[in-house]
Design a protein around this ligand. Structure first.
Ligand code: GAP
Length: 446
């Protein structure tokens, strides 16, 4: 079926229902009524998320010799956030409705005279700044000296460690530092399922380059690499755009910026930002800490502050993008002329939580069950597998809904000649495959 660029292709209700039904994503603390802006990843969602992160990590770190890994603490010295500007300037403007007491982001109100929740007119308070930093306190005393913050981005951990990293890893610009980790923002209006969260994960790459006139080329190269990454995992190009920020849309220190946007069911939404941040971040930390974070060029015997190219993706938004993009309701006519409908997640095989499902045709035939369990056990070493048994039609439907690319069925013929049926998720085509050819058959297709 052709993918169209219509945001109505799938509704968020359908995605949310499937995510819960099949164990991808649950509302956090559901039995207590939930907590706004927090979600839990279920048995399949946790694997899907690990696969998304692995895909990013493999391409961004492992397959490159110019990017090193990093993992900083979530709680850092509060002065980190003073220097970065988050304490003073990381806020949204909000208003409260004096009648229903609901709070809104001022820039998201279509009508600033009327409350969208209770319909009251002229009921808003004056717009006020609301800091998005999530606060905590460190140590046994709770006073102003114990105030600390949960990081709102992973990047600052890399900036404050810049010298430790380049010296210990023996790197010189151009080189990058990558990190995947949790970030926290006290969003005024979390929503759209896992799109706007208060606790989320980021996959960030901070790429440091010398100020040699080639910095904009490095920026363009990273934009192109990110385009290739999305394409390699099959995200439909008509639902992905790389929006170039104009000068007025960028911070004053940023020479260039691109927002990677996806066409979600409610419209275009940002899921990654790529920015040329100049020397802004290292300068800010050098100024407040009084420590020299410049790179020392041994050959030239000079110090300089490298320029920074940042690519910052949301892991939860990437996962949501993969789910929405993979989702399809498909109608077909079976061999008896009956119209059937199925829901299928067309995940890329490297992203799919289960790559191969192995079934026994009947659950009350020990010899079939034993054989199927043995095949699944053997395939486990090389693929993400799952064993199941029962009604084949229902088993296929379930695996289609969780995006499993291939299903292997063990039947009576298997007991005779060892062959199995392999059914493909996308084409629904079935092949009879000899037992000793199964491994290579699967490897070719996954
Ligand atoms: N270090 C740069 C930085 O944090 P950002 O544009 O604020 O830049 C980068 O965030 C990405 O992090 C976003 O494109 C988005 O994917 C993700 N992100 C930001 N806030 C989020 C939220 N409240 N919920 C889920 N993801 C979020």
């Amino acid at each position: 079926m052709e993918a169209t660029a219509s945001p109505q292709r799938v509704s968020m209700d359908e995605i949310t229902a499937l995510a819960k039904r099949r164990g991808f994503i649950f509302q956090s603390s559901e039995i207590y009524g939930g907590i706004n802006g927090f979600w839990d990843y279920g048995p399949l969602g946790a694997v899907l998320k690990a696969n998304v992160k692995r895909a990013w990590w493999r391409d961004t770190v492992e397959l490159r010799d110019d990017v090193v890994a990093f993992d900083s603490a979530i709680v850092m010295h509060p002065l980190v956030w003073k220097a970065s500007g988050h304490v003073d300037a990381f806020h949204d403007v909000m208003v409260d409705c004096k009648v229903c007491k609901h709070r809104f982001r001022y820039d998201q109100l279509a009508d600033t005279a009327q409350c969208p929740d209770c319909g009251s007119k002229a009921s808003f308070t004056d717009p006020r700044n609301f800091n998005l930093m999530m606060r905590t306190s460190v140590g046994p005393m709770e006073d102003t000296s114990s105030v600390a913050y949960l990081r709102p981005e992973t990047a600052q951990g890399i900036f404050v460690n810049f010298k430790n990293i380049y010296q210990s890893a023996r790197k010189r610009p151009p080189f990058g530092v990558a990190q995947i980790g949790k970030s926290f923002r006290n969003e005024i209006t979390p929503g759209n399922f896992t799109y706007r969260l208060r606790e989320f994960e980021q996959a960030e790459l901070e790429y440091f380059v010398p100020d040699d006139g080639k910095d904009l080329d490095a920026f363009t190269e990273w934009v192109e690499r990110r385009k290739a990454w999305y394409a390699s995992y099959g995200i439909a190009s008509e639902r992905l755009r790389f929006y170039e920020l104009g000068e007025a849309e960028r911070p004053h220190y940023a020479k260039a910026g691109v927002d990677v946007e996806y066409l979600f069911p409610w419209g275009w939404g940002e899921r990654e930002s790529i920015a040329h941040r100049g020397t802004y971040d290292l300068d800010a930390h050098m100024k407040l800490s009084g420590k020299d974070l410049r790179f020392f060029d041994e050959a030239a015997k000079t110090h300089y502050t490298p320029l920074l190219i940042e690519s910052s993706a949301g892991v939860d938004r990437t996962l949501l993008t993969f789910m929405i993009d993979a989702y399809e309701r498909e109608r077909s006519v079976d061999p008896n002329g009956k119209e059937t409908e199925r829901t299928v997640l067309r995940f890329h095989p490297q992203i799919a939580p289960v790559q191969v499902a192995v079934f026994s045709l009947a659950r009350n035939k020990p010899e079939l069950v034993e054989r199927a369990v043995a095949i699944e056990g053997a395939l486990r070493r090389s693929h993400r597998t799952q064993y199941d048994e029962g009604n084949i039609g229902q088993l296929y439907r379930r695996q289609d809904e969780i995006g499993t690319p291939l299903c292997v069925t063990v039947d009576y013929e298997t007991l005779g000649d060892g062959s199995v049926t392999v059914r493909a998720r996308d084409s629904m085509q079935q092949d009879r495959v000899a037992g000793d050819a199964l491994q290579s058959y699967l490897e070719k297709r996954l």
